[in-house]
Design a binder for this molecule. Sequence first.
Ligand code: HEM
Length: 725
Amino acid sequence: MNQRAQVGGLASSHRPCALRCPMGRTALRRSPIVHAGAPKEDGQFFGLTPGSTTRGQDLDARIESGEFSDTGSTKEKITRPLRQALAKEPLVGRFIARALADLGRRWRAEAAKRMPEARGDIREIVGQPVFVPLYKLFLMYGKIFRLSFGPKSFVVISDPAFAKQILLTNAERYSKGLLSEILDFVMGTGLIPADGEIWKARRRAVVPALHRKVANEALGKPSPAIPSTVALYWLPYSDAPANLALTSQDLATVSRGRSVLKELHQGSGATEVAVSFADAANATLGASQSSAERLTGTFRPTTPLSVFGSLNLTSRARWVLRVADLGENWQDSRQITLESWTLVLCPPDNATLPAMLELNLAQQAALGSGPLKGAQRGLASAPRLQALSGGAMLPAVPTLVTVASTTTFRTQSELADQTVVEEEDEEFGEEFLSARDPSILHFLVASGDEISSKQLRDDLMTMLIAGHETTAAVLTWTLYTLAQHPEAAEAIRQEVDAVLGDRAPTVADFGSLRFTTRVINESMRLYPQPPVLIRRALQEDSFDGFVVPAGSDIFISVWNLHRNPASWDQPDAFKPERWGRARAFGPLDGPMPNEVTENFAYLPFGGGRRKCIGDQFALFESVVALSMLMRRYTFELDTTKPPVGMTTGATIHTTAGLHMLVKKRDLSGASPSAAYDAPQYAFAGSPGMPAAAAAAAAAGGCPMHAAAAPAAASSAAAPEPSPAF
Ligand code: HEM
């Protein structure tokens, strides 16, 4: 059980964050909240008021003014003064007043049945991550309201019970609606956008491909040597960088361990600088490699950990961050910018690395300028990828390779038992397994007699995109959060040192890496990827008496669910311990949180029949990446850079990149302990908690922002550039 808030209402439980907390500024100071059921028969404009030019501020000001908390029937309100005046008159006047009072009661009752509605100008919410205004509106309107722009409207759901109804109980009444339309050209009838019979058939076919047994088959291969260092460097996304010229200044900058990213983003020198990073790495290795070799992965990392930049849809998406083992010679410290990450672990022979890298480059190109346009370009480059990987797009779903290359995967553990999908266990086709090629692609091809190449392509594209950007975003925001919580980062290190030492995690270790896992769980609560789920009602449905007609487009705001003050104690606070038993110190022995344990208040992987098929896989992947990175490095926010900022995409993107100072960790003295105790993570208010965080917690402020407080001269060296909204 987690430590859920035992609170009666929104206003009483949620304390505003003193600093730049996502939620802090506005509605929380107002109470009571207008809950669902509050009538809004004429709607209220949340959009630009006539003549106004600002966006988010307008909405904030109008929420602040109480405009949205106004309730009741407008007709009743307009006629009220007349009724009151008439009531003072004798006879006829009193008679009319009584009739008006009756009418007023009827109007109020009718209004109460109508869903609250926010109407306005779409431009007002366009300038900010869309889930943020939705949260503000949720705090005003409550768990269900209609958001209307001219003739178009959406029903916004922020209540666990309603989400459960849509995703589980009445799931057959809903389709992916808008999402399918938007994703059609890139995912076609892949599993995410597909509906109806196609979805059913494809789910049955694809789910077994993520089965534990597929992973098992892929495992058991010798684990590659674990590197002592991992170096980080940048590569340009361009397939064939025309200009590889290096300036001596570039090399000098890089070899001093300084960031060159400032230059990177200032225009034409970008490619040169990025390449100089790679060349500096080469120089460090004493290797002489052509640029073509570099781009096709000649670095031959001996580590199972290679991290590639992910699908980042911001203007910085052109850069690929790659983590590879470069040996001991690598610089001790350097400054890099992390945008978003995904994990690709290479098999020991490294045969697929070149193709993976190419694939990644193509993805970057594909999605560099926006999901729609970019993805089209990605498709165009698919044949080339095939050529590079010897005719088969094997690395198309790198995550499977991840687990496959990590370990022997023999011992059952909490995760191993749950790993991948159990629900269709009986349908698993052993005969489709291939020891030689235990990839998802192979499984799909072998098991799908009638599958068309278009369907295969759709399935793979879907899994590629679904499994790539999400995990990358989770790691990005986890690192961001940990940079503000050095005590939690330290606790991860203690755990990893004790459980793993310097070896790579295995699935068997997963159960022991509990704190690390709970950090990921909590990071996914604070930053759900995606923050909003989209559905369309195929039939009428109703929620607490509010009717949602067939054809309605619906946003289930996971962000709102995950920060709902009625569900969570200190909803904006990073508290991995909330997933343990209700005590301040002690083992995190609660169950792995998911939509079932939290009754749909927590939906990091959705729920019901459209739940993510890669959930356990992704969790393991994230824990592997995080534990290995935290073991070897320390990450601090670079306070000289602009605030991180959030931008809406399929996942939550950074606006200005996540700039971090990365230092190699001193590992002397960090060895596995025979008698391992759970790390002494300093929970809220505990003696071990950094002063600033404790002060913030005590003040009811958002601990996420503790490091920004003046007293933040603790181990949290980085002041707090919180996401700017
Ligand atoms: C941390 C990483 C991940 C997160 C946060 C995540 C999240 C989600 C969520 C929230 C959904 C439900 C969408 C909805 O109901 O509209 C979903 C569906 C899906 N995910 Fe994931 N996912 C992750 C990793 C993966 C991986 C690794 C794969 C595959 C390799 C994957 C494949 C899919 C597919 C195919 C669906 C659609 C399932 C269906 O509709 O039947 N995901 N994911």
